[in-house]
Design a protein around this ligand. Structure first.
Ligand SMILES: [Fe+2]
Length: 279
């Protein structure tokens, strides 16, 4: 059977060497790109951790982005060297952004290095794996300024209510949602897995990316298998290929068909039990 994620675009990974808890060396980064290529990735955006509060401290901002620039140059050089050394080797194209920790809900994103491939989209997360009750305010702020926030791994937050109401308000404020591939196969625990599928069953997920930290292999292929097993090959293509391509083209995501409603019922029931502490 054909791979529904053939040529996928991954826009959440930690492959700039030595700048965060991802890849430690240029060699490890190239191995990571090989692992992505083995799964048919066409493009990988790498998104090191970055604190939003730095955007209002010019000296610290320049220093942090300078570290990223130097690491990025190492990554580009290592990739080029590998391609030169191995004729016929295929590696994904690489681009960059950051994973923006919203420790300040109203950051200045005017430096294009903070945004995904320098476009309007920005990959965001909230501190402490807790969604602030007014998270939509930050999303609204960003949209007002012309940016398009994508919330990274929403399924991993620990304080969802059973209606996922904060995420609902964030979506209404114009945020998009990126689920981690690993969550679909239980790599972030059973609760994140339940929420990830609940979001898919609601049709709220716009993108699937790996959040790959250069250890093991990217979870994308196994996550796509899990979707295919649930009869969601078309959704897998939209989440990993079509919508990320639109993001790089500066276009918003197309709707993703909710996963099977009957199954949604059982996942919701389990989620509700879990949240209520009966599971
Ligand atoms: Fe990440």
């Amino acid at each position: 059977m054909t791979n529904p994620a053939a040529g996928f675009i991954d826009f959440h990974s930690h492959l700039i060497p030595g700048v965060d808890d991802g890849s430690a060396t240029p060699e490890q980064s190239v191995e990571s790109l090989r692992a992505f290529a083995a799964q048919s990735a066409s493009t990988v955006l790498t998104t090191p951790h970055f604190d939003a509060s730095l955007t209002k401290m010019p000296v610290a901002l320049a220093a942090r982005l300078g570290v990223f620039d130097a690491g990025w140059a190492q990554l580009v050089a290592a990739r080029n060297a590998a391609l030169a050394a191995e004729p016929g080797l295929v590696l994904p194209e690489i681009k960059r952004g950051v994973e923006l920790m919203l420790d300040d809900p109203d950051p200045d994103l005017s430096d294009e290095r903070i945004r995904l491939d320098g476009g309007e989209f920005v990959l965001c997360e909230f501190p402490g794996m807790q969604l602030p009750p007014n998270a939509e305010w930050a999303m609204h702020n960003l949209r007002q300024k012309g940016w398009r926030p994508v919330i990274a791994h929403p399924e991993r937050y620990r304080n969802h209510d059973t209606r996922l109401s904060v995420l609902s308000r964030c979506r209404s404020a114009g945020a998009h949602l990126q689920v981690n591939a690993g969550s679909l196969i239980g790599q972030h625990g059973s609760r994140a897995q339940l929420v990830a599928f609940a979001l898919l069953q609601a049709g709220w997920v716009d993108y699937l990316s790996s959040d790959y930290h250069a250890r093991g292999t990217p979870a994308t292929a196994r996550a796509v298998e899990a979707l295919v097993e649930r009869g969601a090959a078309a959704q897998a293509t939209r989440l990993t290929v079509e919508n990320p391509a639109r993001l790089l083209a500066g276009e918003g995501p197309l709707p993703v068909q909710p996963l099977d409603a009957q199954e949604a019922q059982s996942w919701w029931t389990r989620l509700l039990r879990k949240v209520a502490g009966n599971d």
